[in-house]
Unconditional design. Structure first.
Length: 461
């Protein structure tokens, strides 16, 4: 063991510095909790409002799609009625006496007049007379026979144009801004924007950069559908009123919550403060305000595990106030308590923020120094020793009471477990006491390959 330069002589005491212990009084941050409650409520109300807005938008579109789909089916059914009327008209022309007389006499002039009068097409063996509308159209026909022979056929038709759409619209229930269009092979053939491309996809139809809600129904004519459409803007406008109601309700709720939050903030802040205080009490020594033995043991075990996993180091310092019992006997326990508080405060002020100062028991304190190897820990212990030596507590009669402390230092992994480190630091502390007090002793072992020893070999400062 190397000889200490201070061995045999008392350490020099710095000039006493009176220390007034200050107590911290916590005041609940009521405004902070009021703001927190308001923000939480605002987030919840905002989420609900956005969800309702989206749902009403979806509901409005779904309802609109149902109405348009029903309108398209009604329009297609109405066109079926028009087709039935055409069949009756064709049959009436075919059975008329004037047509049959003209056929028997082969009176072509009369046949042309009949075709023109009824906008019909007469298909004879010798050729066709008259015409019917161009495609897309609906056509019905009737045959004129003599026994098993077909003498002629009568065909009548209606073009699928704006006039037919106007008739269908009169009998089709649709929203105010809706309309009907005929679509043939992906193009509008009647209705708004005739000739424009039109493809119904997912209940939407875009015609010349304008988007419509759309539902189609087939007409039974090759490639032709009737489509009920309504501008998307009109559909969205239907949900604006509900959206305004939701927004108004959200604003009223937030205003009310602003008032409620202020009232709830105070008890909430107090409850949080109480929980925090109880948590601190569970880990804090009531007399000195530093960590208690439980927190000390937990922290040391945690830091040893961390150092073992990372290949690092952790040091442990044991401190004992010199001649504390005579001080208590001479000045009383109240002064002794003040001395304990002052020493703990001085040690805490001499170490890093990450280091943990704790009351080990009685007049003993301990410090966990994460990441510190022996030389750094010994320097930290020396700073703490000097800080303690600079402390003086004034008694009731004005007497300044000075105090010193002795320190023992040990390091993991030099000592391979938390228990071994504590034992080595304790042995080093007694070594410092035996060498004259008010000094630092560091625990070492003779060689890295030797197993840990029960009592530390100490080098005193």
């Amino acid at each position: 063991m190397p000889a200490s330069p201070e061995r045999g002589t008392p350490a020099a005491r710095p000039a006493p510095i009176s220390v007034r212990m200050r107590t911290r009084s916590g005041r609940p941050h009521v405004r902070r909790y009021a703001v927190l409650l308001f923000l939480l409520t605002a987030g919840l109300v905002g989420t609900v409002a956005v969800t309702l807005d989206r749902n009403v938008g979806k509901s409005t579109w779904a309802q609109n799609e149902t109405v348009l789909a029903g309108g398209a089916r009604v329009a297609a059914a109405s066109l079926g009625t028009l087709r039935s009327n055409l069949r009756v008209q064709a049959s009436q022309i075919a059975t008329s006496l004037s047509l049959q007389r003209a056929l028997v006499t082969n009176d072509r002039v009369a046949l042309e007049q009949i075709a023109a009068a009824h906008r019909a097409k007469l298909i004879l063996r010798s050729g066709a007379i008259g015409s019917i509308p161009q495609r897309p159209r609906i056509v019905s026909s009737a045959s004129i026979t003599s026994g098993a022979h077909v003498l002629a056929r009568v065909a009548v038709g209606v073009a699928l144009d704006d006039r037919v759409l106007a008739l269908l619209r009169q009998t089709t229930p649709l929203p105010r801004h809706a309309a009907l269009v005929f679509v043939h092979d992906g193009h509008v053939v009647a209705g708004a924007a005739a000739g424009a491309e039109a493809h119904v996809t997912g209940g939407r139809l875009t015609i010349r950069d304008t988007t419509f809600a759309a539902q189609a129904a087939p007409l039974g004519v090759a490639g032709v559908s009737v489509v009920a459409v309504e501008p998307a803007a009109a559909v969205d406008a239907a949900s604006k009123r509900y959206r305004r109601l939701v927004l108004a309700a959200a604003l009223v709720t937030l205003m009310l919550m602003g008032t409620v939050a202020r009232r709830l903030a105070s008890p909430l802040a107090q409850a949080v403060a109480d929980v925090s205080r109880l948590a601190r009490q569970a880990q804090t020594d009531a007399l000195t305000g530093v960590a208690n033995r439980r927190a000390l043991d937990e922290r040391l075990a945690l830091e040893v595990q961390h150092a073992l996993a990372t290949g690092g180091a952790v040091s442990y310092v044991m401190a004992d106030i010199d001649d504390f019992k005579p001080l208590n006997d001479a000045h009383g326990h109240q002064v002794g308590d003040e001395v304990l508080r002052a020493v703990a405060g001085a040690m805490q002020g001499a170490v890093r923020e990450r280091d943990l100062v704790a009351r080990y028991g009685g007049e003993e304190l301990a410090v966990v120094l994460p990441g510190s190897r022996l030389a750094d820990a010994r320097d930290a212990a020396e700073r703490m020793r000097q800080a303690v030596a600079a402390v003086a507590v004034t008694t009731a009669d004005g007497t300044a009471v000075g105090v010193t402390a002795s320190f023992g230092v040990a390091t993991f992994p030099t000592y391979p477990s938390a228990e071994a480190v504590v034992g080595a630091a304790d042995a080093a502390l007694y070594q410092a006491k035996g060498n004259g007090k008010n000094r630092v002793a560091a625990a070492t072992v003779q060689g890295e390959d030797q197993p840990p020893v029960k009592h530390a070999l100490a080098a005193s400062i």
